[in-house]
Design a protein around this ligand. Structure first.
Ligand SMILES: Cc1cc2nc3c(=O)[nH]c(=O)nc-3n(C[C@H](O)[C@H](O)[C@H](O)COP(=O)(O)O)c2cc1C
Length: 174
């Protein structure tokens, strides 16, 4: 008997919704990928596909939707920041998950960017700030896997914002 808590799936029976729900079982952190759009202005996108790839050389990846506005900027600028959000910062995640970005909204959210020594914008007040250069971009289905070489990193204290089953969570203390 299959209990209500188990759901068996085959590739043919899996719908797009079911696939999303299946992948949502994997808890992740939440990052904001940032690119300098033009001098002094930044464009960002919320991404939880961030993954470590290699220690030597230091490589990370992020998978970007083919329709995402940030993708042409990543191809053009070839450098990007990755900022890992802290617990309680879901408003920032939501802001960078919708296409419209403007300075008033960023002021309300108290968003501050800083430029790393290599000139990449990252978000202040985040757990981890990485500046990366694009070393490869592979189209994979409806996303592009963007491979980044890490040039600089800064770590801060704090707890992470988590994403699990389509919802924001936080680490519970045992
Ligand atoms: C928690 C969370 C994680 C996300 N992760 C990704 C991701 O890894 N890659 C991606 O392309 N979109 C991801 N998205 C969706 C994008 O943030 C969103 O679709 C995009 O910013 C919309 O902007 P656009 O107008 O440029 O398409 C995520 C959204 C949320 C809320």
């Amino acid at each position: 008997m299959v209990s209500s808590k188990t759901l068996k799936m085959t590739a043919t029976s899996l719908t797009a919704r079911g696939f999303r729900d299946a992948l949502g079982q994997f808890a992740t952190g939440v990052t904001v990928v940032t690119v300098e759009r033009e001098p002094g202005t930044v464009f960002g996108m919320t991404a939880n596909s961030f993954t470590s790839v290699s220690l030597n050389p230091m490589l990370i990846l992020v998978c970007v939707d083919e329709r995402a506005k940030i993708l042409p900027l990543l191809h053009k600028k070839k450098r990007f920041g990755v900022s890992v959000l802290k617990h309680g910062k879901q408003a920032i995640s939501e802001y960078f998950a919708q296409g419209e970005q403007n300075s008033e909204a960023e002021h309300r959210l108290a968003l501050h960017y800083r430029s790393t020594p290599s000139g990449v914008p990252v978000l202040e007040g985040t757990l981890l700030q990485l500046s990366c250069s694009v070393v490869a971009a592979h189209v994979a289905g409806d996303h592009t896997i963007v491979l980044g070489k890490v040039e600089e990193g800064e770590i801060q204290n704090g707890e992470p914002l988590l994403f699990f089953r389509g919802e924001y969570r936080h680490i519970g203390r045992p």
